[in-house]
Ligand binder design. Structure first.
Ligand code: ARG
Length: 572
């Protein structure tokens, strides 16, 4: 891919001048201002300063060494020592011709594939999944797909919350207040009702609280009846989670819940004590981070005073299991921003427990979903919004829109389209913003046919498909070269060439919104191209080349959308 080729040559040129330099930060980026060039590097400035060289002179020496005449116009040195690169039409043409032949789709798989564990979704048993879990599910799944597209080995693990103190109350509720019929109708709703009921009772009545504790201890000690009920709660919950995953088309390689690590927890705490990492404080086992700036005031508890392990202990055991089982170079956790402190503690603790473990530990956090009023997204009566109802509404709204626009399409096809567009809209709204910002949930914005939305991109794709429908059975040429005589063709071609670069940036920073923006711009460039360059009416080589441009745009759009976890449709 061109930016990688440029980057490699640039790094070689630097090495020729400064043989022992670490050139890993000598990177090539898209030029922010197209009028200055297509790609740019600012890395030489810092490098020159660190070596006490004059940046502009150093840049000039690097340019001397650079052997890129085959793909670039003469390189320009700008400002304090930037290099601006402008691609030659011949290089663009060659890249397009290779893609038209199916040799590549503007990205290259990693030379050194990495193993990455991604922990996402991870809802809690006996509680309905809510909109917060959708963000983790959608973001995590999209990230997994981008890593995979670039050839990395990915293990996805759904760390379900299937253990913890809530089961004491749930067991009391199950034994005393269970409504079997309601359970059959909506198991998670019934379990939630039981939990709330007993939770309220505990606040009022000490004896209920004592009973809940007793049931919890029995469960932890392996009481057969309690274990059976607990298993049933897990089965029912997982069944309902799976229904949602099925609708979203989301999959996992592993679903190792918290309970999977129960047998290891005591050993973890013992090791932490033996190694002098945890110490007793008011009956609990606690880890202090005295020499850690951010965590100085936030010690982590790894065993409560009643002897029970907690979320942190479980996560330590989980991470140990991941390290020994898959030997990943990176572990990614996708949760909301309120868990930042937990993961800072976890990572600092793991560094002390397993020094030199060598894994990059990455908390990929996201902001809240807000209602129109700017407050956490709730129903009118203040209830948490259920995921399944939300998906239903998305499909219904998309169905109404499609039916209005295309009343003549067969009913079944309208339903299919509505599913693709409705679910796509929800997913895309989650993916397209900066994940760390809160976002306001708004049906009209996410379902709009204009702007950076799923319907807009899906529609752009259908427009390309319709060009090829008009072609009928005519077979597509694979042009050997592209003239790119019109400015709009060049802009589109250059944008296509950036696909791989964007995928790399997504992986580097775990930000799928880069890919969304890229696809949005691609659709825009395609629109301008299609408006000013006749395709089907063109003749000869021009027609073949433009059709190939349409086809490549369609392929990149489709691959991009599918990598984000969206389906596409041929008609809308
Ligand atoms: N079950 C947790 C929750 O719903 C998320 C778990 C995230 N993963 C982890 N390894 N801690 O908040």
């Amino acid at each position: 891919m061109i930016h990688l080729a440029l980057q490699e040559k640039l790094q070689q040129a630097v090495l020729a001048l400064l043989p022992d330099t670490d050139v890993s930060s000598v990177l090539v980026r898209p030029c922010p201002e197209p009028k200055f060039g297509d790609y740019q590097t600012n890395a030489l400035i810092g490098l020159a300063k660190r070596n006490e060289l004059n940046p502009r002179e150093f840049a000039a020496q690097v340019v001397e060494q650079l052997d890129i005449d085959d793909c670039c116009e003469p390189v320009e040195i700008a400002g304090p020592g930037f290099l601006n690169f402008r691609l030659r039409i011949e290089a663009l043409s060659a890249a397009l011709a290779g893609a038209a032949k199916g040799e590549h789709l503007f990205y290259r798989t990693a030379v050194k594939p990495r193993t990455v564990v991604i922990d996402y979704s991870s809802p809690n048993v006996a509680k309905p999944m809510h909109v917060g879990h959708i963000r983790s599910t959608i973001l995590g799944y999209a990230l997994a797909k981008v890593f995979r597209l670039l050839g990395h080995k990915v293990v996805t693990d759904n760390h379900i919350g299937d253990w913890g103190t809530q089961f004491g109350k749930l067991l009391v509720g199950w034994k005393e207040h269970l409504n079997k019929e309601a359970l059959g109708r909506d198991a998670l709703a019934e379990m939630e009702r039981l939990y709330k009921l007993v939770n309220a009772a505990c606040d009022e009545d000490e004896t209920v609280l004592a009973l809940a504790r007793e049931e919890l201890v029995k469960l932890q000690d392996g009481d057969a009846e309690n274990l059976a009920i607990w298993r049933e709660m897990i089965d029912l919950s997982r069944h309902q989670f799976d229904e949602i995953y099925g609708r979203l088309g989301v999959k996992f390689d592993e679903t190792l819940g918290e309970s999977f690590y129960n047998d290891r927890l005591k050993g973890v705490v013992d090791e932490l004590i033996d190694q002098g990492i945890a110490e007793e404080s008011e009956g609990a086992q606690v880890v202090f981070f005295n020499d850690h700036k951010a965590l100085k005031k936030h010690p982590a508890i790894v065993q409560k005073s009643d002897g029970a392990a907690n979320y942190t202990t479980t996560d330590l055991a989980t991470l140990e299991h991941r390290q020994t089982t898959w030997r990943p170079s990176e572990v990614i956790y996708v949760t909301d921003g309120r868990q930042q402190l937990h993961f800072q503690q976890l990572f600092a603790l793991y560094d002390r427990w397993k020094p030199g473990h060598g894994m990059k530990l990455n908390h990929v956090w996201f902001g809240a979903i807000l209602g129109e009023d700017g407050r956490p997204f709730k129903t009118r009566s203040g209830e948490i919004i259920r995921l399944s109802g939300l998906l239903d509404e998305a499909e219904q709204r998309a169905y109404d829109a499609v039916s209005k626009k295309n009343p003549d399409l067969p009913e079944e096809e309208r339903h299919d389209i509505a599913r693709v567009v409705g679910l796509g809209a929800i997913k895309y709204a989650d993916l397209s913003g900066n994940r760390q910002s809160d976002y306001v949930f708004n049906w009209d914005t996410m379902l709009a046919l204009v702007g950076n939305t799923a319907p807009y991109l899906l529609y752009a794709f259908t427009r390309i498909r319709s060009i090829f429908r008009k072609l009928g059975g005519e077979s597509l040429d694979r042009p050997e070269s592209f003239a790119l005589g019109q400015a709009e063709e060049q802009v589109l071609a250059k944008h296509l060439l950036r696909f791989g670069h964007v995928l790399e940036l997504v992986v580097e920073e775990c930000r799928p919104n880069y890919l969304c923006n890229y696809l949005y711009e691609l659709a825009g460039h395609f629109g301008s191209f299609y408006e000013s360059c006749p395709v089907l009416q063109a003749e000869g080589d021009t027609r073949a080349q433009r059709l190939a441009l349409c086809n490549l745009t369609g392929q990149v759009l489709q691959t991009g959308l599918e990598t984000l976890g969206l389906e596409t449709t041929d008609r809308m």
